[in-house]
Design a protein around this ligand. Structure first.
Ligand code: HEM
Length: 396
């Protein structure tokens, strides 16, 4: 397939494309850095770091309010604060930021560690596990439900999974709407309980929000709560899985980390950079404009291809390689500009602790079958030795 054909049919959701993304993104950055694809009704794609950086930081030219997901979730409501523009956006964001600031998140470390340790303890003596189901999925679920002050319920995962993966995997649109309504109804009931008896949780916090002096409407509160559930679970689970899968297929990196636990932050950053869970998010041109030499018309959608910006050779040396000794903090896995991820510190904490707690009990593990890859969520079946043999491995 020629480069022009690849560009014209490009779909950032396609697993096959994500699997070969190193080669494909590099050709796109070199040959047609800002290009038009016919997928999902047609959209522009910015593949270079500098164009992603420029567009993401300019909400006046590139708006988020019309929607940033291609395809959209399909439930007909905005994902707040992500799908809003100034000035409302700043009001939504400022309410959340203190709860997710580094100092506030540092206080959550013992909770995250306790949850992760108990999940790992649940499988450590069995000698094998699907680490996606037993660790990567439940840890963010436990944390977000703790922060929202609601009981953990596996229904949440089913809802989130259907809403996020179902929309690209062809789930029936009616099922998406019914699922979203179930989650909204659940959150509405929880908010009623908080109104009667406020606590220290995020739902109670949302009840106190205001936009330029007027309280948030009921719908705004629900939309913010809905997005926190989705944002807090899915991408972190994806990242924990991708990091553990990397360590399973790269025993040298696992051994280096065991020998020098101080490398853990580098491991987390490299994983986020190379295996970016959010491949790309869109903006809509608010005026006729230009990006990377391409004329973009008002109303056109533009995808910021974070996954490709993270592999841009003009910014990252040996861009497609996992460098254990480099932190690469400039990556855009959490986005960039005014919408940069509010939960980045929490996500990093959860990924780090999931790895630390697994390695503490299970220092050597390997895949039981073919490499499932990092690019799609799904089972991560691994095995390890238990008892005296495992203990010997731990001490070696
Ligand atoms: C590895 C895990 C995560 C990744 C890769 C990730 C990625 C992103 C990205 C790329 C954006 C930018 C949106 C844009 O530019 O339009 C974003 C926004 C956001 N994320 Fe995350 N996220 C993660 C975890 C979390 C967690 C744990 C939370 C909260 C519990 C969270 C809450 C948010 C919120 C509220 C926004 C909207 C910010 C705004 O519009 O101002 N995220 N995230």
């Amino acid at each position: 397939m020629s480069l022009l054909e690849i560009a014209a049919s490009f779909d950032h959701n396609d697993h096959g494309m994500r699997q070969r993304c190193g080669v494909i993104y590099a050709s796109l950055r070199a040959g047609c850095p800002v290009f038009w694809t016919e997928a999902w009704g047609g959209y522009w794609v910015a593949s270079r770091y500098q164009d992603v950086y420029e567009a993401a930081r300019d909400p006046e030219r590139f708006s988020s309010a019309p929607g940033v997901m291609i395809p959209p979730v399909g439930h007909g409501r905005p994902l707040l604060p992500m799908e809003s523009d100034p000035p409302d956006h700043s009001a939504y964001r400022e309410l959340l930021l203190p709860r997710f600031a580094p100092a506030a998140v540092a206080l959550l470390e013992s909770d995250v560690r306790e949850f992760a340790a108990s999940l790992v303890d649940g499988v450590a003596n069995t000698g094998r596990a699907d680490l996606y189901e037993t660790l990567a999925k439940p840890l963010p679920l436990l944390m977000i439900t703790r922060l929202l002050g609601i009981e953990r319920d596996d229904l949440f995962w089913e809802w989130v999974e259907l809403l996020m993966y179902g929309r690209v995997d062809g789930a029936d649109p009616e099922t998406i709407v019914v699922t979203a309504e179930a989650l909204y109804d659940f959150l509405a009931r929880q908010l009623e309980l908080r109104r009667a008896a406020p606590g220290d949780d995020l739902l109670s916090l949302l009840l106190q929000g205001d936009v330029n002096g007027r309280p948030y409407t009921h719908d705004e509160i629900l939309d913010l709560a809905f997005f926190l559930v989705i944002a807090g679970i899915e991408n972190t689970a994806f990242s924990i899985r991708a990091t553990l899968r990397h360590l399973a297929v790269h025993p040298d990196d696992r051994a280096a980390l065991a020998a020098d636990p101080g490398l853990i932050n580098n491991v987390v950053e490299q994983s986020l950079r190379l295996y970016a869970p959010v491949t790309g998010l869109a903006r809509t041109a608010a005026c006729d404009t230009n990006l990377g030499g391409q004329g973009i018309r008002r109303g056109d959608r533009l995808l910021l291809l974070f996954g490709s910006a993270n592999r841009d050779e003009t910014v990252f040396e040996d861009a497609d390689d996992f460098h254990l000794n480099r932190r690469d903090g400039r990556h855009v896995a959490f986005g960039i500009g005014p919408h940069r991820c509010v939960g980045s510190h929490l996500a990093r904490l959860e990924i780090r602790i999931a790895v630390e707690e697994l390695l503490r009990r299970v220092p050597h593990f390997e895949l039981t079958g073919p490499d499932p890859g990092w690019y799609a969520a799904g089972p991560l079946e691994v095995a390890w030795q238990t008892g005296a043999a495992g203990q010997a491995g731990r001490e070696s």
